[in-house]
Design a protein around this ligand. Structure first.
Ligand code: NAP
Length: 298
């Protein structure tokens, strides 16, 4: 006997920023999106009209229209506020998936709270950048029950190249913290090296061509090398968000009695850029700080 296909999940998306908007579009392309919501509601209204989905004013109404709600907002307090507002409309058996980068404790607290009303929760932070969100090739690190992920998997597949269950609730955020140690360290190394190359008077294009073909290549060098040398910092991963992530990593390391030197150095550099009002710049704006090592004002 053949198994009957699962009914299509009715998904909604909360938080239509650089990551959320393209992810919502991929869900719509698979016929899985029923509603969107964004704090600045004009953005939700415009996307809803384009994709022919609902854009209720109240988050509780978004929840009522959904079997699964994806959340992708900035920081811990934002996720907590959004889920508190969704809560009255969530039905027993529905699933909330938080794809934002927040602390492991936030994930654990939210899962425990939602369990009281029979709602399942997955923490599912992302990596792959805005490019990965746009082309539907994100890598997602998931914390939560295997059976819940199994129910949600078709929706994840709409925007992911890889979906990896890392363990119970919180394990996704713990994995993301590991990822952010590398993101911070790679950006430090690449920005410092390219500022050094500039100071040595090396030609831009040949430098990038030879480096990206060799052992020092990285996603960050490939995607951000040229734009940072050209002084373009207007799209990608906002440095205020990486600063937030590195703070999370510092707290997690401190709980283990450790300090991570590369994380402390990167956090200090982004603190300087934030104080200069550059929080909305892409993280490659870090090259401004590195140029100062060579007495060049960035
Ligand atoms: P973004 O472009 O700055 O968008 C942030 C979104 O969160 C916007 O929709 C914003 O609404 C909403 N928001 C912020 N505070 C809110 C609040 N209190 N209540 C409701 N909504 C709120 O950020 P992003 O790049 O999409 O990043 C979103 C999350 O993904 C962050 O946790 C980030 O660390 C993580 N992430 C980002 C990348 C990347 O490369 N960009 C990669 C992996 C993970 P408004 O439109 O009203 O401002």
């Amino acid at each position: 006997m053949t198994e009957s296909p699962r009914p299509t999940l009715r998904c909604s998306f909360v938080g239509l920023g650089a990551m959320g908007e393209p992810m919502a579009r991929h869900l719509a392309a698979r016929g899985m999106l029923t509603a969107v919501w964004n704090r600045t509601s004009a953005k939700a209204q415009a996307l809803a009209a384009e994709l022919d989905v609902a854009a209720p004013e109240a988050l509780s109404d978004v929840a009522l229209l959904s079997d699964l709600v994806f959340v992708c907002v900035s920081a811990d307090a934002d996720v907590r506020a959004v889920i508190a507002a969704l809560r009255p409309g969530l039905r027993r058996g529905s699933i909330v998936v938080d794809t934002s980068t927040v602390s492991r404790q936030t994930a654990i607290d939210l899962a425990a709270d939602l369990a009281q009303i029979g709602v399942d929760f997955l923490d599912a932070p992302l990596t792959g950048g805005v490019e990965g969100a746009r082309n539907g090739r994100l890598s997602v690190m998931v914390g939560g029950d295997e059976a819940v992920l199994d129910r949600a998997k078709a929706a994840f597949d709409a925007f992911s190249l890889r979906v990896t269950r890392m363990g119970p609730v919180g394990a996704g955020q713990a994995t993301k913290a590991v990822n952010q140690v590398m993101i911070g360290g790679i950006a430090e190394g690449v920005c410092e090296a390219l500022a050094f190359g500039e100071a040595l008077g090396l030609p831009r294009e040949p430098l990038l061509a030879v480096l990206t073909a060799g052992a020092a290549n990285s996603w960050f060098l490939e995607k951000r090398g040229l734009s940072m040398l050209e002084g373009r910092f207007d799209s990608g991963f906002k440095l205020a968000l990486l600063h937030k992530d590195l703070g999370i990593v510092q707290s997690m390391a401190a709980a283990l009695g450790a300090r991570l030197k590369s994380v402390d150095a990167a956090h200090a550099d982004y603190t300087t850029l934030l104080a200069e009002g550059r929080g909305d710049d892409e993280i490659s704006s870090l090259i401004r700080i590195k140029r100062r090592l060579f007495d060049v004002q960035g």
